[in-house]
Design a protein. Structure first.
Length: 368
């Protein structure tokens, strides 16, 4: 079998790789004894790079195109081997094909809850998950740091390491942003861009590029979410007295719609008794003077929102809390242009009295 492979290897003179999978990042072209014929054809397709490795060292890198392997287009490998006969005999080298396309929909998420300190609720635990997209940025670095001598390298072999890297940095970055828990959902896009910017250099150290990171959800423990639901329900209920009267009327109507059986009559009688007791409690004299009650307060005004210019693009509408978060991340400065409803045009954010206080007290210029 080995002799047959050697004979076939001498006749094969086309080196190429057609990827029929969705997760292969690096593929090593297999040849008998790694022998490559003189003037063999090398085909490198779009979104690919071919790397020649000789005796463990990177000799040449070929970008997309068709090449005839001679001394003219392989000067580095020629210098390493000192071949003076223009490759009259087969030469030995390993050929690695790198897939440069983007690998999308890669998952990340927290295995255990992350502990954060919230200004309103105090210490809280959160979970988060999302997706990210990567691509090979530097094949030589990726080969040295990650692939090694692996002849078939897939996304699964590096996804766990990248996911752990994202999760470990996520807690530190989100904790330092000081965004209230109830405002996290409104800042997913800002947080995603900020985390992507902070983590990208660590991906580059592996020869990879983090092209996109998305936060799909940040959730609280189930019991905390149930407590928030109860708090929300109390706010929706409104006036408790009116709500109880309404419930009493509904109970009376349901009791009166029954049949004339003894059981229904008893149930209706009990319903009347409960309703009378509740009505007596609700109509009992109060210690407050009802006729002199103050009128209810006016409705809460709508929060003012703003639009700002970041990287030449308008972002908004943003609340004061969101603006403060952007200022803390140095995305917004005193020279940033801002606009809100009622303004005739864009102005510097520091020129608005209601926003100038967000930057704190600035020191005076240093005297000459």
């Amino acid at each position: 079998m080995g002799f047959f492979d050697k004979i076939m290897g001498e006749f094969i003179d086309v080196i190429e790789w057609i990827d029929d999978s969705n997760d292969t990042m690096v593929y090593r072209f297999e040849r008998y004894g790694n022998e490559i014929k003189n003037k063999a054809k090398l085909i490198v397709r779009e979104s690919q790079v071919a790397v020649f490795v000789k005796e463990g060292e990177i000799a040449d890198i070929f970008e997309p195109g068709i090449y005839e392997l001679t001394t003219n287009n392989m000067p580095i490998l020629t210098t390493i081997n000192h071949w003076d006969h223009a490759f009259n005999s087969p030469f030995k080298a390993e050929v690695y094909f790198f897939n440069l396309r983007q690998f999308t929909d890669m998952k990340w998420g927290t295995k255990n809850p992350l502990m954060l300190r919230d200004k309103e609720f105090g210490p809280v635990r959160i979970r988060s998950f999302g997706t990210y997209t990567i691509r090979i940025e530097d094949p030589s670095v990726f080969l040295k740091e990650i692939v090694g001598t692996d002849g078939y390298f897939s996304v699964d072999e590096v996804s766990n390491q990248l996911r752990n890297l994202i999760v470990s940095r996520f807690a530190t970055i989100v904790g330092g942003m000081n965004i209230p828990i109830l405002d996290l959902a409104a800042n997913y896009e800002i947080m995603s861009d900020f985390i992507e910017e902070k983590i990208s250099p660590e991906f580059s150290a592996y020869g990879l590029s983090l092209t996109k990171l998305l936060i799909e959800n940040i959730s609280l423990p189930q019991k905390v979410e149930e407590a928030l639901d109860k708090r929300t329900s109390m706010g929706i209920t409104g006036n408790l007295d009116d709500y109880l009267k309404y419930q009493s009327g509904e109970a009376l109507g349901a009791a009166g719609s029954g049949s004339s059986t003894a059981g229904d009559a008893m149930g209706m009688g009990m319903g009347f008794a409960v309703a009378q007791q509740m009505a007596a409690n609700l109509t009992a004299p109060s210690t407050k003077v009802q006729t002199n009650e103050a009128p209810p307060p006016p409705p809460i005004p709508k929060a003012q929102t703003y639009h700002v210019v970041i990287d030449g693009k308008s972002k908004g509408p943003l609340t004061m809390v969101q603006l403060k978060s952007l200022i803390e991340m140095d995305k917004v400065t005193q020279e940033t242009l801002v606009w809100r409803e009622g303004m005739s045009g864009w102005e510097d954010i520091a020129s608005l009295d209601e926003l100038s206080g967000l930057f704190g007290t600035m020191p005076p210029p240093i005297p000459s």
